[in-house]
Design a protein. Structure first.
Length: 324
């Protein structure tokens, strides 16, 4: 969590072949984040390796004003996807200028790889022994190239501390919103999401986007049961309760739930309860015990345990950091 509320410096490194959509994400999301007085919380600048024109994956190029010397100033470095790096299999395969630029990063610089940029970070050795994500379509190739990286094929993004990676283009939005939430709390992240007309947090993982046959029955999904459960989070909901509401056996309900969201029903319920708990910690005067009851964890001990496992802090520490 970001304790220093000074302007956080974000640098975006545009590499040849950069995908324009991913290139725009950092500027759009970080650039929208403001404090209660409307002051910007991040500065965002874009550079290339040599400060010259950068070819994109589309039918145009972009002009940047800075070269890789800007990386030395970065508190957070964002590398958008570039299709030409999807086949990198060795550190020596990185262009020398790129390898030197990444090697000169400060030890405390946070590094973010969006989609195929995971290959760049792996080739640079930044993911050795770490958990990471990349696009599901390229996961088998990535595993063969980088067995030293703990690839998580079913998630939208991975926060491995200093180095963070996302699964695909839109998952880059999820990851950057996660960083804003981590730095400045849910209220700021939700405001950015509303301004950009995107979901503050998406349910599930990238497994739900893997190519698969489309269900033929319009009544075969679990959306109605999820909506029903969200109105009853304080109740001790069990798998049997959810399956009964959906009119399915527990096995069928669990299978369809995983197919739709990439999560088990229990994991999803915990996620929703934590989201509500964080909101109440930021926006209400309720005690930790009352919040635990309201969101369905039952006791303050249970809430503390779940919050420490999920975000590494206690409810009290979270409230002190992010209470408006």
């Amino acid at each position: 969590m970001c304790k220093n509320r000074a302007m956080h410096r974000v640098v975006v490194l545009a590499l040849d072949g950069v995908i324009p959509f991913e290139l725009s994400l950092a500027s759009r999301l970080f650039g929208t984040a403001t404090d209660g007085d409307g002051a910007r919380l991040y500065s965002v600048r874009t550079c290339s390796l040599d400060g010259r024109l950068v070819r994109t994956s589309a039918d145009y190029a972009i002009t940047v004003e800075h070269d890789a010397a800007l990386l030395a100033e970065a508190d957070t470095l964002v590398i958008p996807a570039s299709g030409q790096f999807a086949g990198i299999t060795e550190r020596a395969a990185l262009p020398p200028r790129l390898a030197r630029a990444l090697a000169e990063l400060r030890p405390d610089t946070r590094v973010v790889g969006i989609c195929l940029a995971t290959f760049v970070l792996a080739a640079a050795g930044l993911l050795d022994g770490r958990r990471a994500a990349t696009h599901w379509h390229h996961s088998p190739h990535f595993k063969r190239c980088y067995p030293q990286v703990d690839l998580a094929p079913d998630v939208l993004f991975v926060d491995a501390g200093r180095v963070l990676t996302s699964a695909g283009a839109a998952a880059g939005i999820d990851l950057l919103l996660h960083l804003i939430r981590k730095d400045h709390g849910s209220a700021v992240a939700n405001h950015v999401a509303r301004r950009c007309v995107v979901q503050p947090q998406r349910e599930g993982g990238q497994a739900q986007y893997v190519e698969r046959p489309i269900p033929t029955s319009p009544d075969s999904g679990t959306a109605a049961t999820r909506a029903w459960a969200l109105e009853r989070l304080r109740e001790p909901l069990q798998l049997a309760d959810l399956a009964q509401h959906a009119g399915m056996s527990r096995r069928t309900f669990t299978r369809r739930f995983r197919a739709e969201l990439g999560l088990s029903p229990g994991q999803w319920l915990t996620q929703q309860r934590l989201d509500l708990a964080r909101h109440l910690l930021e926006s209400s005067d309720l005690t930790v015990g009352r919040i635990a009851e309201r969101v369905g964890f039952g006791t303050d001990v249970s809430l503390r345990q779940h919050m420490r496992e999920a975000i590494g802090v206690s409810p009290g520490a979270y409230r002190r950091t992010f209470r408006g």
